[in-house]
Design a protein around this ligand. Structure first.
Ligand SMILES: [Ca+2]
Ligand SMILES: [Ca+2]
Length: 136
């Protein structure tokens, strides 16, 4: 039986996919503050606030992009698109309203409307891959 590693050698483009997957795993891990494999609205808000200079204020585009590029090795173009995706209100700042909208975007199966409000890695990865595909 072929292992995933062997298939990656055989299939063209698999290495870039593997590194993007690794990046998304790292992001999800960073967002999942209590490391239970599920994101809550609180996890996403706390993660984004720690990307800014002041954890008690809104996050400006410039500081977000700088932190994001350092953390995940993205280009300025990529970080810009990610910010615009996160900034659902489109005002150039990330605030509490944006966290709620962003959470709902991640929550593909609609758990967010239920009492437990959770986002799995699979839901997160599907959404983020679409964002990165649109950049490329
Ligand atoms: Ca969690
Ligand atoms: Ca905003």
């Amino acid at each position: 039986m072929l292992s995933v590693a062997v298939l990656c050698v055989l299939v063209a483009g698999c290495f870039s996919f593997t590194s993007e997957h690794a990046k998304l795993v790292a992001m999800f891990h960073d967002m999942d503050i209590n490391h239970n494999g599920l994101l809550t609205l609180h996890d996403i808000g706390a993660f984004l606030q720690h990307l800014g200079h002041d954890p008690h204020s809104d996050i400006e585009k410039e500081e977000f992009m700088k932190s994001w590029m350092q953390k995940y090795g993205d280009t300025g173009v990529q970080a810009n698109v990610i910010f615009n995706f996160f900034d659902t209100s489109g005002n150039g700042m990330l605030s509490v309203d944006d966290y709620v909208e962003l959470f709902n975007k991640f929550d593909g199966n609609g758990d967010a409307s239920k009492r437990d409000k959770l986002v799995t890695f699979v839901e997160f990865e599907v959404v983020m891959k679409k964002v990165y595909v649109n950049i490329g």
